[in-house]
Design a protein around this ligand. Structure first.
Ligand SMILES: Nc1ncnc2c1ncn2[C@@H]1O[C@H](COP(=O)(O)OP(=O)(O)OP(=O)(O)O)[C@@H](O)[C@H]1O
Ligand SMILES: [Mg+2]
Length: 266
């Protein structure tokens, strides 16, 4: 029988490629498609938490002990670290700036690649969610290894810019390493983000990516939309900020395509 819940990591070691924005808005879009979603903020920059909660709230989560850092450090059941967002069927595990030291914490732990996977097990078994989406930091180390070992799929957001492709090869190599210990991990696809259609450059990015064998490049690209920044400024996903925004429709289309791909390859 097909396993219902799917865990999807948003990862790319290239900074600023759109991981967090894509993760937050796909999360919201999936709930608009009738799914129950848990978001996990895996980055010390707290950006996914800030996408749903005001800055003072996020800083208070980070300063307390109910955040991902302490759950991982003390290997606690992640169910106890879940917050409800302002939106139905959309929950979040907040991060902490202390995540900057998580590699050090992991270093001495037994089976350190599987700590996130283990603490997520009760959440997965609860049957409360259809999707768990994890926002990864722009690094490739033991912590991102943990994120990918806890995931069924990885989505790689790539910025359509000359430097956007920088590091894609490193990421592919890293994924091959992860697959040695998480054989079931699959690249769900590459999401091309921050496309400026007034410039032709993005076509080259798409062409280069489409040359990669066995890699799905999502048909639905995400264009640059200033409303994205206004939405983030008010700690809202784009659909809740301005439903008529162009990118709101684009994230919905991309979420649909992701679900189709999950069904096709999952
Ligand atoms: N579609 C979009 N339109 C306009 N701006 C965007 C869009 N997507 C992302 N951005 C902006 O680009 C910047 C980087 O995006 P984001 O934070 O999602 O990338 P990231 O890969 O998570 O970065 P990091 O590697 O630092 O975690 C942010 O300032 C965000 O507001
Ligand atoms: Mg980010």
């Amino acid at each position: 029988m097909e396993k219902k819940l799917k865990t999807i990591a948003f990862a790319n070691n290239k900074g600023g490629s759109g991981k967090t924005t894509t993760c937050a808005n796909i999360g919201y879009s999936l709930t608009a498609r009738g799914k129950k979603v848990l978001l996990i903020d895996g980055d010390m920059q707290l950006n996914l938490s800030l996408s749903f909660f005001a800055e003072d709230e996020v800083l208070s989560f980070a300063a307390g002990e109910k955040n991902l850092y302490y759950a991982v450090k003390n290997q606690k059941d992640l169910s106890d670290y879940i917050l409800h967002t302002a939106y139905p069927n959309l929950d979040l595990v907040p991060s902490s700036t202390l995540m900057s030291g998580i590699e050090y914490e992991l270093f001495t732990k037994w089976q350190r690649e599987f700590i996130l996977k283990n603490i997520l097990k009760p959440v997965k078994e609860s049957g409360n969610y259809d999707y768990i989406l994890i926002d990864a930091p722009p690094t490739l180390g033991g912590w991102v290894m943990n994120i990918l070992c806890a995931s069924d799929f990885v989505v790689m957001p790539v910025e359509a810019s000359p430097w956007g492709l920088f590091g894609v090869a490193n990421m592919f190599e890293f994924l091959e390493d992860v697959k040695k210990i998480n054989e079931s991990l699959q690249l769900l696809g590459i999401a091309v983000t921050k496309v400026d259609v007034r410039k032709n450059y993005y076509k080259q990015t798409l062409e280069i990516l489409k040359q990669e064998e066995n890699v799905h490049v999502f048909e639905h690209i995400i264009r640059v939309d200033s409303e994205v920044e206004w939405a983030q400024d008010s700690s809202k996903p784009i659909m809740a900020h301005k439903k008529s925004a162009r990118s709101a429709g684009e994230y919905m289309e991309l979420a649909k395509e992701m679900e189709e791909n999950v069904r096709r390859i999952g």
